[in-house]
Ligand binder design. Structure first.
Ligand code: AMP
Length: 282
């Protein structure tokens, strides 16, 4: 496994591999890797000749300095896991390698970023769009793998690639959960044992909503059932809960036979967590 920090070096190597007609799978991450990330890595390993994982805590996508400062960084441990998973190339640039100057360009996603994460984290998706585009330009992937835990991010990146004809295929990977149901996340490392238990109620609320939906309840009734459950969970504060179309993230106002996903964000012990569940699959 080769570890690169300089964009020009990994660019040359990946260009050379593409000229040899090798397929390159890429998993962009911010490190502090866990089973959720490994799932993406394993799928990408199976589907490509060459596998790249990038590790970069992208300051552009943090709208909160404290969240950026507290973001876990475990590079040595991450590298040893990736080596065991058969990763070929790791791209782990320093901030000055990625942004010698603060980028002036930003990516605006339109209506799809005005809801949920985009509404509560101003500037977040613009930062995601810039870093993902740079990572694609630098690493030349054939396919890139994104977790559906970050459903809105996955959908926006997919749309960006289509709109801008970026030559990469975006693959969405299902959410990996703890046995308690809690969606795996690097941020879970910041929770106490009590916090982990409270956090597991986020998924329980989504499953309660799914039961309502399956009984043909309306989006409002479905949401209200989850909210009633969440209100009873001490230590959990919900930021938003939306039922949307997984195509364009528009609110659904009827429970009809169409794809739907319920998305939630909340805080436990000051840590911001997100989760979602398909109410009806694509
Ligand atoms: P991050 O390091 O948090 O930016 O995540 C890197 C990638 O891993 C993103 O595409 C995430 O959606 C994905 N990911 C993180 N946690 C999970 C999970 N529990 N299940 C599936 N994918 C995940």
């Amino acid at each position: 496994m080769q570890v690169y920090s300089l964009p020009a070096e990994i660019f040359n190597e990946t260009q050379r591999l593409r000229f040899q007609e090798k397929s390159i799978g890429m998993v962009p991450t911010m490190g502090a890797l866990h089973e959720g990330h490994f799932h993406l890595v394993k799928q990408a390993r199976k589907e490509n000749d060459i596998l790249i994982v990038s590790i970069f805590v992208n300051p552009l996508q943090f709208n909160n300095q404290e969240d950026l400062d507290n973001y876990p960084r475990t590079l040595e441990k991450d590298l040893s896991h990736l080596e065991k998973l058969g990763v070929d190339l790791v791209f782990a640039p320093a901030e000055e390698n990625m942004y010698p100057e603060k980028p002036q360009v930003s990516i605006v996603f339109g209506q799809m970023e005005r809801v949920m994460e985009g509404a509560f984290r101003p500037g977040h998706f613009s930062g995601v769009g810039v870093v993902v585009t740079k990572l694609f330009n630098i690493c030349n992937p054939t396919r890139a793998y994104f977790g559906k835990k970050d459903m809105q991010q996955y959908l926006l990146v997919k749309r960006m690639v289509e709109d801008l004809s970026q030559p990469v295929e975006i693959i969405g990977v299902p959410i990996v959960r703890e046995p308690s149901g809690l969606a795996m996340s690097s941020r879970n490392q910041r929770l106490s044992n009590d916090g982990l238990e409270i956090a597991s109620s986020i998924y329980k609320g989504l499953t309660i909503a799914k039961q309502e939906w399956d009984q043909a309840k309306s989006p409002d009734e479905t949401k209200n059932a989850a909210i009633a459950f969440y209100n009873k969970q001490e230590g959990l504060s919900i930021e938003y809960i939306n039922i949307v179309s997984p195509h364009d993230l528009e609110d659904l106002d009827e429970n009809v036979n169409q794809p739907a996903v319920i998305c939630v964000a909340g805080f436990v012990e000051g840590v911001r967590l997100i989760d979602n569940l398909y109410l009806r699959q694509d």
